[in-house]
Design a protein around this ligand. Structure first.
Ligand code: 13P
Length: 336
């Protein structure tokens, strides 16, 4: 077993998942604005530290993705944030892309930036304690999108990123996110997501990536948010498994889904069925941002000092997601 494979398995073992707490300051400001909390470095740290020091971290979370600001912060217990995360048994990770920018040649689409100086930044993050990383490519669905240009260029960037990350001794999370926005059907989502993932693996293979040392972070196969042809969780699970079976090489150890704007319950219920019907070798788990933090953030915003109350909400959500990653979740457990 390679060192990178060992890290990937450590993050996703026993139903553990990933807490995606890597919102950029811009995105975190939107999240905090939505609950009327000022977005200061202190408040961003306080909310995150509240989650990172919860009991749920020990039992359910195998990895935490951080943003540059947070990985450089120190907790109130004087531990650095990566030390606080490691103390709970989870692996610290870091978002290393610098965001999605306008794609020259197809200006309604995006290309993810961040390759310049990446080798040096990775060294610094490794020294701060990170052992895995994230890079997100983003794709829109419409009649003409995602274009061949966006599919090719984002796959190429994800592969160049992955090569540098593995060279630095860390596990790359490869995140091609096909957005839920639009009125497309689930069949269209299946077709476009399959094209995107297929191309990513073609490029990863050209760039000599050790596929046993990556984690894939895809979207689930869903109808668009504005579609009037919503599908059941059973169908989501069936189509998502079909997409992954057909396009992901079998030596990839684990798949950790993004929540992408689904509600907490939708993201949990869909993951539960994907795991229950999982007839592949892939570990199926989660790497949720909003679907792990939304209720906790709302509760916390009422009293920023109520650590216990906020942690209780987070612990419950993380437990539900971990049960779902094992196919052991049921709706009744939500109210217990
Ligand atoms: P969501 O689960 O809120 O989609 O966030 C996951 C993530 O890391 C997006 O890049």
């Amino acid at each position: 077993m390679s060192k990178l494979n060992k890290i990937a398995l450590q993050i996703l073992s026993d139903g553990r998942g990933i807490l995606a707490a890597d919102e950029s300051n811009g995105t975190m400001t939107k999240r905090l604005d939505s609950v009327n909390v000022p977005s200061s470095p202190e408040n961003r740290l306080l909310f995150r530290e509240t989650l990172f020091s919860s009991d749920g971290m020990k039992d359910f979370i195998g990895g935490v993705i951080l943003y540059d600001e947070t990985i450089n912060q120190t907790s109130s217990s004087k531990q650095t944030i990566p030390e606080l995360i490691s103390a709970s048994g989870a692996v610290p990770g870091i978002k290393v892309d610098t965001g999605a920018k306008v794609l020259a040649g197809s200006t309604e689409e995006k290309i993810t930036d961040g390759l310049d100086g990446l080798r040096e930044r990775l060294q610094r993050y490794y020294n701060l304690g990170a052992r895995f990383t994230k890079w997100r490519g983003v794709y829109n669905i419409s009649d003409k999108y995602p274009s061949k240009l966006s599919i090719h260029s984002n796959a190429h960037a994800l592969a160049r990123y992955s090569a540098l990350v593995q060279e630095s001794g860390m596990v790359p999370i490869v995140e091609p996110e096909v957005l839920m926005d639009g009125d497309h059907s689930a069949e269209t989502c299946l077709k476009k997501t399959s094209e995107v993932i297929k191309k990513c693996f073609e490029e990863l293979i050209i760039h000599k990536i050790d596929l046993s040392g990556i984690i894939l972070k895809p979207n689930m196969i869903l109808a668009g948010t504005a579609s009037n042809k919503k599908i059941s969780s059973e169908e989501v699970a069936r189509l998502t498994l079909k997409c992954l079976k057909e396009n992901v090489p079998s030596n990839v150890p684990g798949i950790a889904f993004l929540s992408g704007g689904q509600t907490e319950i939708e993201a949990t219920q869909n993951l539960n069925l994907i795991s229950k019907y999982n007839d592949t070798n892939f570990i199926m788990s989660y790497s949720y941002g909003r679907a792990l933090q939304k209720s906790a953030l709302k509760f916390w915003s009422k009293d920023l000092k109520d650590m216990d109350g906020t942690q209780k909400i987070f612990n419950h959500r993380a437990k539900m997601c971990t049960l779902a990653a094992q196919g052991k979740w049921s709706a009744e457990l939500e109210t217990k």
